[in-house]
Design a protein around this ligand. Structure first.
Ligand code: GDP
Ligand code: IMO
Ligand code: MG
Length: 436
């Protein structure tokens, strides 16, 4: 029984949520294993839109278990709002549909304040974070001073941990607030403990040992779908450091962040837009800082699902795709938003970079090199027809099919799925990762 990891092959927002929602039909369990509510995963079913930040994108399917693994950082206030919003719409009727790992780390108000104030202090070199406290929460996890979901369930333990944590961050917050000429953040121990103990009390029914549950599911032969957040180029080890997020977004972390061994993973599906986008700072070789980029943003509705920020847009970059194939071990690619390219006379695919007069085909990890590269393009003919009605490859105009074939040739990975619209049904699935 194959277990499948879905990850972003670019800089996030590739359409992971849509693909996970689509594939959930073939799985019994869906697991988030890293990131937090910096993620915004959009599902559209029958014209109705749902944006999820923490709950796995399988939640619209009854009878499946969605797991938030130990590798996720959880803002409990955001999670509870998401639970309430889903329940108000008739989803998540059964508490057994959601399991939250007791070992996941918790985002507190000081994490968000540190995130925002540090970004201010970075000035022109700001990373462009989502301001959700993700970086500081992971930092405290690694520094071994973090507070976990299990700590929310015991008020006395929580009070001790909050007191220790506050003592550790107050000086920095005061210093940063002074430098930013804003008021010193008002962090009252009693208020925070009260609020977070109440969060714990409400979340308790969902909290458990995710590793034990997943292990048992795998043993029984259930199919597990792992849902990555962010994307390969935002990975803290393999991305465009320091313009990255603070977790490992690559497929290898699916095991670590859920409490299974790596042998539980069979196939890795990389999600890539038919072009490229990025939100926040950092190098982006194929960026179109012109009318064409503006057009992609408008037609593709490229505004962040979490912060609403306009996404930077550019041509498809197969240097990035080949890199993602290498560091994730990609089995196949889902190419999304192909419909957005309709109506462009000619399309470009970046096949290599030019660096100091030489063509390079491997993605350079040195930020200075990456900032200097010039994309080498191949031009392909465009197509005029709309694609949203296509349900098989035969329904695609010849030029669109040629584009898909060229992507797989250059990237060296088969395109197993083509998405031609935001709706669950607007998809061509050529190879189901759970089967063929
Ligand atoms: P994720 O973070 O990877 O789940 O992606 P987001 O949800 O942040 O961004 C993808 C956006 O593209 C969402 O608004 C989706 O509804 C939309 N989308 C996904 N696939 C397609 C597609 O094939 N065509 C179009 N036009 N929109 C799509
Ligand atoms: P999904 O899962 C796109 C980006 C931010 C910023 C950098 C660091 O929806 O694809 P952080 O708040 O994580 O410290 O910000 O990472 N970023 C994303 N970009 N999609 C995401 O998630 C992102 N999550 C973080 O814009 O550049
Ligand atoms: Mg997103």
């Amino acid at each position: 029984m194959p277990n499948v990891v879905v990850i972003g092959a670019q800089w996030g927002d590739e359409g992971k949520g849509k693909v996970v929602d689509l594939l959930t039909e073939h799985a019994q369990v869906v697991v988030r294993f890293q990131g937090g509510n910096n993620a915004g995963h959009t599902l559209v079913v029958g014209g109705q839109k749902t944006v999820l930040h923490l709950i796995p994108s399988g939640i619209l399917h009854a009878g499946k278990t969605c797991v938030i693994g130990n590798g996720v950082v959880i803002d409990p206030g955001v999670l509870l709002k998401e639970i309430d919003a889903l329940r108000a719409r008739g989803f998540l009727a059964d508490a057994g549909q959601l399991l939250i790992s007791a070992g996941a780390h918790v985002i507190f108000p000081w994490h968000k304040q540190l995130d925002l104030l540090r970004e201010k202090a970075r000035g022109g070199a700001a990373i462009g974070t989502t301001g959700r406290g993700i970086g500081p929460a992971y930092e405290h996890k690694v520094a071994r001073v973090g507070i976990r979901v299990r700590d929310l369930l015991d008020a006395e333990k929580l009070r001790r941990r909050v007191r220790e944590a506050l003592a550790g961050v107050r000086d920095e917050l005061t210093r940063l607030a002074k430098a930013a000429k804003v008021e010193d953040p008002d962090l009252d121990e009693g208020t925070i403990v009260g609020e977070y103990a109440a969060f714990g009390a409400r979340l308790k029914e969902f909290v458990g040992d995710a590793s034990v549950f997943l292990h048992e599911q795998v043993r029984k032969g259930s199919r597990v779908l792992f849902e990555g957040a962010q994307g390969t180029l935002l990975d803290v080890d393999h991305g465009t450091y320091p313009y990255v997020t603070s977790s490992n977004c690559v497929a290898g972390n699916a095991a670590v962040g859920s409490g299974l061994g790596p042998t539980a993973i069979d196939r890795v599906m990389g999600i890539s837009k038919a072009y490229t986008t990025r939100v926040g700072g950092g190098p982006f070789p194929t960026e179109l800082d012109n009318e064409l980029g503006e057009r992609l943003r408008k037609i593709g509705d490229e505004f962040g699902a979490t912060t609403g920020r306009p996404r930077r847009c550019g041509w498809l970059d197969t240097v990035v795709l080949r890199y993602a194939a290498r560091v994730n071990g990609l089995w196949g690619i889902a190419l999304t938003k192909l419909d957005v390219l309709s109506g462009l006379e000619a399309l470009r695919i970046c096949t290599a970079y030019e660096l100091d007069g030489q063509n390079i085909t491997e993605f350079p990890l040195d930020l200075d090199d990456l900032s200097r590269v010039k994309p080498v393009y191949e031009e392909l003919p465009g197509w005029g027809t709309k694609l949203s009605g296509a349900r098989t490859l035969d329904d695609l105009p010849e030029a669109a099919l040629r584009y898909v074939r060229r992507v797989e040739e250059i990237s060296g990975v088969p395109v197993v799925c083509v998405s031609v619209g935001a709706d669950r049904g607007e998809t061509i699935l050529m190879s189901n990762p759970f089967r063929g």
